[in-house]
Design a protein around this ligand. Structure first.
Ligand code: CTP
Length: 396
């Protein structure tokens, strides 16, 4: 869903990250309008944001407000779906928390009708200052989203919490602001990516899964209000932000253990990982060498546990969603897999249209219905799965 984002920038070195943020939000297809405080314009010029956003920038050149009819603080937020202030200085967020409106950004915040989100950026001592923490709590109590600052080296030379999240992380989290919270409060565990079964210290058995579908689902569940934990094997894509926990599990056995040590706390388990069905029984601690005989080494295989089936067999099993990756007879095989693994929902996809790709063609099969989607972006496929999951959970 394409939105109009009003991006407020207050004074701080983190303003440089907002240049990239504008680019990423535009890439997601949104319209971005930038409003800058006087101090922000000393870090990055309005011209930079004008070029990146493709829209005129409203700069706070004199106190109060600016704009053609003197009503910019009203007009701008009326056209916006969301107002994001990134970076927000301690000073700006303190004013907003207390209803002070004495410059462009604080006027926009006070006069807005749309939701407000704030990404603070400041020195670690300023962040933990009791007055600042009080202001943050007040903003949250007022229904304002705070994108928590991260820890690291700061412009002042100190180290600690107070850095604005990276632009890519903010761009990942921003669509959550307008996504309906249809999975609010649900705890969801997702596995994704390809497992890797070692033959020796440098070689192994794996598959072409990129992890994109599971990552898209993790994002979609998070955006819908769920608390998501992600266990992943090998990935060819970046991890999502805002997870409760992100755990790497290389082999099927490691993934099995990571899943089972967390499963009792979960409402839903979504098994997207492409798990190797077999592991190497005689894997070598040392690198295998050619012995000169011309004969290839014998690799013996042993069956891996079926993680999904083992979870669905638990006495208090969470609601389980599986994926069926098939190269032929997609729907019959997927239907049979759902029954064999005793799971309420399975997503069928054909490997040539799914694995390693940014798009997918899925059919959601559950105990009530089957829904086929046209070939689509994995994010859209994930949103459709989340919608159906919420419906079925509600019907239970
Ligand atoms: N799965 C699992 N553990 C395994 C194998 C598969 O948890 N050892 C899960 C997958 O994450 C997926 C579902 O089971 O959700 C189906 O996986 P798939 O590879 O399509 O099927 P398999 O169960 O391996 O069956 P087959 O090899 O007969 O296709």
């Amino acid at each position: 869903m394409k939105k109009h984002i009003l991006l407020g920038i207050s004074g701080g070195i983190a303003a440089y990250k907002s240049c990239e943020l504008v680019r990423l939000l535009k890439k997601q297809g949104h319209k971005v309008t930038v409003a800058m405080s006087q101090a922000a314009a000393e870090f990055v010029t309005p011209l930079t944001f004008q070029a990146l956003s493709g829209n005129p920038v409203l700069a706070d050149t004199h106190s109060g407000e600016s704009g053609g009819n003197g009503m910019a603080h009203i007009n701008l937020t009326r056209n916006a779906d969301v107002f994001l202030i990134a970076p927000a200085s301690a000073n700006t967020l303190a004013k907003i928390a207390n209803g002070i409106a004495d410059n462009l950004l604080t006027n926009l915040a006070a006069a807005r009708k749309c939701p407000l989100a704030i990404a603070p950026a400041m020195n670690v001592e300023m962040w933990f200052n009791p007055a600042n923490q009080r202001n943050i709590r007040q903003l949250q109590a007022d229904g304002i989203t705070i994108f928590q600052p991260t820890e690291g080296e700061q412009a002042c030379g100190e180290t600690g919490i107070g850095r604005m999240p990276e632009a890519a992380d903010l761009a990942d989290l921003i669509p959550d602001l307008w996504t309906p919270k249809i999975l609010a409060g649900k705890k969801i565990l997702i596995t994704t990516g390809a497992t890797f079964e070692a033959i020796d210290p440098v070689r192994g058995i794996t598959n072409i899964s990129s992890g994109q579908m599971g990552i898209a689902l993790a994002r979609a569940c998070r955006a819908a209000g769920a608390q998501v934990s992600l266990i992943h094997g090998q990935l060819q894509t970046a991890l999502p932000s805002g997870m409760v926990e992100t755990i790497q599990a290389v082999s099927a056995q490691a993934m099995y253990e990571a899943v089972h040590s967390r499963i009792s706390a979960q409402d839903v388990f979504i098994s997207v990982a492409a798990v190797a069905d077999y592991k190497v029984k005689n894997s070598s601690v040392q690198k295998l060498k050619k012995d000169g005989s011309g004969l290839p080494p014998v690799i013996e295989l042993a069956e891996n546990p079926d993680i999904l089936a083992s979870v669905s067999a638990l006495p208090n099993a969470p609601f389980c969603v599986g994926f069926a990756a098939e190269s032929e007879n997609v729907l019959p095989y997927a239907r049979a897999k759902r029954l064999k693994k005793s799971i309420p929902m399975i997503v069928a996809n054909e490997v040539s249209k799914a694995m390693g790709k940014a798009t997918n063609q899925i059919t959601i099969i559950d105990e009530y219905d089957e829904t086929s989607l046209p070939e689509t972006d994995k994010n859209e496929a994930a949103a459709a799965i989340v919608e159906r999951l919420a419906q079925v959970l509600k019907a239970q």
